[in-house]
Design a protein around this ligand. Structure first.
Ligand code: UD1
Ligand code: CA
Length: 452
């Protein structure tokens, strides 16, 4: 089967510089959702018809299995499909769908293709309480489809029909070629309507079958930011439902956002307002507190992320406690039983088992051993304004509060750094190292007084 995705519309009502099909839904462009669904079918060729802002679309989503076809000017959906004809096989059939109808599912498309077989024209249709704006499916007394009439061309009686054309169809390619050559533009909009092939199919004695989607949301298009937001909610509701079906506890499925892939073990609990981006894996018994953002992160069994934490590109072992208000950046690798507390930032660092940084610290480009205690206010000075350097901290080190480690620098295993130390040279193992002005007290010292 060949695929044609129509995506040449300007999307003026989005009032955005970003082409409509690049507007994100669940963190991915609308068109990427459609591409993912058609790739789940055994498609021979995917043809994307683009127009306004098309170069940006192509730059963002180009792939070896896509043929890009420019439609300029845009003279209607029939004209759009015609532009793609040179890329379609002589034999076989063609599935036409829209780049701005993002939630179309592969199972619905597979049923449509199945219904079409080799020779039939299959239309995806839905019944709507309010069909306004859509093309109506007209049927004869015996129920056979006779024609699709666009709203602007419809009579009052035709407008009362509630079965509408979703625009998604499968047609035998050779027939499609022939019909499109005969479609004219003598209608209310002066456009070449793809929908006119239905009347031509009837004339040619080709069977027309209709299929309804698994869910109506699959056929809803995006023309405005309000529609985009409403489809986003539909997507999130279904993602949340899927996770709950797998046994994940979502404290409130209406306050859960997935913008990528989330894989969960058993008895995972997610509190409200969390956002998951990229690929996130949560092990058995992981608890994620309220208002966390997790991106490309893997968390081991029994670990807990306390509220308001932001984890990115991070690997967390088992039985760790992270947050509240923790920030881990790409390259962070935590062993088992590690504690990362409030206002602690970690970047490109490994922290081994049972180590703790419980308050207000920056650990960047560091290798931290096991059972290390990093005191409040500790900072790795990893950047000299031009280059970055590593800090190495051995096992069982105790770092007093408000310590600066000026990298590159090493702290030997079992060493203790006194509070307030600015470490500029390596600290030997098992010793106390402290760099601090000596404390003095002045007996009889008087505060200055204001002069009269
Ligand atoms: C179309 C259908 C209508 C159906 C409705 C479903 C026709 C004539 N009408 O109407 O029966 O109920 O979709 O939403 O087909 N496009 C191009 N090039 C063009 C024109 C459109 O690529 O020259 C693309 C648009 O980007 C969009 C899709 O085709 O993705 C549909 O175009 P749109 O203008 O929204 O069609 P409607 O008038 O809504
Ligand atoms: Ca439309």
């Amino acid at each position: 089967m060949d695929i044609v995705i129509l995506a040449a519309g300007q999307g003026k009502r989005m009032r955005s510089l970003l082409p409509k099909v690049l507007q994100p839904l669940a963190g991915r462009p609308l068109l990427a959702h459609v591409l993912a669904s058609v790739r789940a079918l055994a498609a021979r060729r995917i043809c994307v018809v683009y127009g306004h802002g098309g170069e940006a679309v192509r730059a963002r989503l180009d792939a070896p299995d896509i043929a890009w076809v420019e439609q300029n000017p845009q003279l209607g959906t029939g004209h759009a499909v015609q532009q793609a004809l040179p890329h379609l096989g002589e034999d076989g059939r063609t599935l036409v769908l829209y780049g701005d109808v993002p939630l179309i599912g592969a199972p619905t498309l597979a049923r449509l293709a199945e219904a079409a077989g080799r020779e039939r024209l299959a239309l995806l249709t839905v019944e709507l309480d309010d069909p306004s704006g859509y093309g109506r499916i007209l049927r004869a007394a015996d129920g056979r489809v006779t024609r699709i009439v666009e709203e602007k061309d419809a009579t009052g009686a035709e407008r009362r029909v509630r079965e509408v054309n979703t625009g998604i169809l499968v047609a035998p390619t050779a027939r499609l070629r022939d019909w499109l050559a005969r479609v004219g533009n003598d209608n209310a909009q002066g456009e070449y309507y793809l929908t006119d092939i239905v009347g031509l199919a009837v004339g040619a004695g080709v069977d027309i079958v209709t299929v309804t989607p698994d869910a109506v949301t699959e056929t809803l298009g995006v023309n405005s930011k309000a529609q985009l937001a409403s489809l986003e909610r539909a997507y999130q509701a279904s993602a949340a439902r899927g996770l709950m079906d797998e046994g994940v506890t979502l404290i409130d499925p209406a306050r859960f956002d997935l913008r990528g892939e989330l894989v969960c073990g058993r008895d995972v609990e997610i509190d409200v307002n969390c956002v998951f981006e990229g690929r996130v894996e949560l092990g058995d018994g992981v608890v994620v507190g309220a208002n966390c953002v997790l991106r490309d992160t893997r968390i081991g069994d029994g670990s807990r992320v306390a509220p308001f934490s932001h984890l990115d590109g991070t690997l967390i072992g088992e039985a760790c406690v992270v947050g509240p208000y923790a920030r881990t950046r790409p390259g962070t690798v935590l062993g088992n039983g590690v504690h990362v507390g409030n206002f602690v930032e970690i970047k490109n660092s490994r922290i081994a088992d049972q180590s703790k940084a419980n308050h207000l610290a920056y650990v960047g480009d560091a290798d931290v051993g096991a059972r290390v205690n990093i005191g409040a206010g500790t900072i790795t000075c990893n950047y000299d304004g031009a280059n970055k350097y590593r800090t190495e901290i051995g096992d069982d080190v105790f770092i007093g509060s408000d310590t600066q480690l000026v990298a590159p620098v090493r702290v030997g295993r079992g060493a203790t750094l006194g509070a307030g130390t600015t470490l500029t040279r390596d600290a030997p193992p098992d010793q106390l190292t402290v760099s601090r002005a000596r404390q003095q007290s002045y007996a009889g010292w008087k505060r200055p007084e204001k002069k009269r």
